[in-house]
Design a protein around this ligand. Sequence first.
Ligand SMILES: Cc1cc2nc3c(=O)[nH]c(=O)nc-3n(C[C@H](O)[C@H](O)[C@H](O)COP(=O)(O)OP(=O)(O)OC[C@H]3O[C@@H](n4cnc5c(N)ncnc54)[C@H](O)[C@@H]3O)c2cc1C
Length: 555
Amino acid sequence: MPYPEQLKELIKVVESTRVDRVERKKKGEEVPFLSLEDRETMLNNHPDFKKEGRRELKVGASKGYAIAHEMADLLEATSRVDPAKIDVTKWDYETDVLVIGGGGAGTSAALLAEENGASVILATKLRHGDANTMMAEGGIQAADKGEKDSPYYHYLDVMGGGHFTNVPPLVEALVNNAPGALKWLEHLGCNFSKFEDGRMKSIHGGGTSRKRMHFAGDITGAEIMRTIRDESRNREKITVLEFSPAVELLLNEHGNVGGAVLYNLETQEYFNVKAKSVVMATGGSGRLHIQGFMTTNHYGATADGVVMGYRAGVPVSFLHTVQYHPTGIVFPEQAEGILITEKFRGSGANLVNIDGEQFVNEREPRDVEAAAIIQECTVKGKGVPTPTGKAGIWLDSPMIDMLSGEGTVRKEFPGKYILYKRFGIDITKEPMLIYPTLHYQNGGLEFQADGTTNIPGFFLAGEVGGGIHGENRLMGNSLLDIVVFGRISGKGAAEFAKSSFKDGKLTIDHVVKYNKEVDESKAADGRVAPMLLPDYTDPRVRERQLTTNYVGNVR
Ligand SMILES: Cc1cc2nc3c(=O)[nH]c(=O)nc-3n(C[C@H](O)[C@H](O)[C@H](O)COP(=O)(O)OP(=O)(O)OC[C@H]3O[C@@H](n4cnc5c(N)ncnc54)[C@H](O)[C@@H]3O)c2cc1C
């Protein structure tokens, strides 16, 4: 839907201040960054800081830790399978390494496990590559330009972005392995945007002190996913099982991980996989819509890996924070929640309120930027009203062509240009209306820099793990972490399968025990988890479905 008249009138206010803002930008006269103190004050507007949004967990390894209600609901739920009915003396598949999740982290892990001599099963919930990785737009960070940058500066930026709460060895592994990760992707055929002389293009992202954001147009994640998915399909020892989410982990009598129970979404059958090691790479949880926020995430982002790992005894960390990307589409509503990459701001587009005023520097860390937008729309009442009564802020994309030459928006942001064109909006001429959108799970299961957890043979990679980014991730560091830790965990899992694995009887007793704990705590209230797919059934329809134990749209 194009902008209706009422919004077109408001766009005239943006236009009236645009030339002046462009001129100031050219002279480098930016709205100053907030001081560290002012940033802390601004964060009071951030949803993470609402105490009523969280509660303490009543069960499990991190009992007493306060996390979002929506996540706690899943951790305080019983299994969706009856463990007594799972015959652990039999298995349908056997492999060295089982990778759970077919996004960037899982696929990188599968490749490295295979390269290190393991047979691999990669089980994924939807199609291979139907994942947050595929949707990533803006870029991937790596300090690979010798003279001006180094992993040292990258380290400081990551720590600063995470409010110095990050786990240092995880950050160290991230930044030191970054140049190698990028080289690996290039070697596999990933087409990053380059200058004619072959040098990689790079720009700033929020919170970066150097220009180290590499990208492939505005479809960086799709290009990375295309490259590694194709590669994995060409490797003989990798078997991919699609539409086969894992629902529980299996352990063995020695306390090692032993495999997983998979659910076939088409036939609704359950299958056991026996494995010598497991890499959990199920991604994030945007589809929980924490505090009612819209989300950028793909349909399968429902925190399943956190649920399965937590039940097996892995503590959670940093789950008290989630990331709201500052700029998600709030109008047109058919595209609600879809991310507008930070690269628009990096390329010069201002954030502008209803009065046509720029009110925040566009390169503040994400949490501060999101908090500033929320404050402008709520406390200050300077948001732009949408036809259905929501509020948003203008992201003034036409500034980019004025700053860098006509055609820049179409060339650098083809994905978004086409998306808006479908709604009859030309973002080279008209600004975009945005609001913060639930984007990234800062926390997750606890793990170490070598990808290991407290369960022998159980590795993690990607958004399912917590600690790398502390309480706030900077743009471009997640595409990086999935490749870095995917590779580390894949290699580690293959080595574990080869030299440390101790065979023994499979067991699912941890689920029996966990169910009992949940029942005794009376926390579950009939809920089961993992969620697998989000449920958007209208509550009025649900009431008429007369189902006593409602578990969403997956039986
Ligand atoms: C719109 C968008 C834009 C982004 N842009 C950037 C960017 O520019 N730069 C950056 O660094 N980061 C960006 N990010 C973040 C980044 O893309 C993700 O954090 C990262 O790709 C996550 O990778 P992953 O492999 O951990 O998870 P995913 O890529 O989400 O993959 C997880 C996979 O596991 C599957 N799965 C889930 N549950 C189960 C189960 N029970 N059993 C089996 N499989 C399961 C999922 O279906 C999915 O295929 C963006 C994210 C989004 C959503």
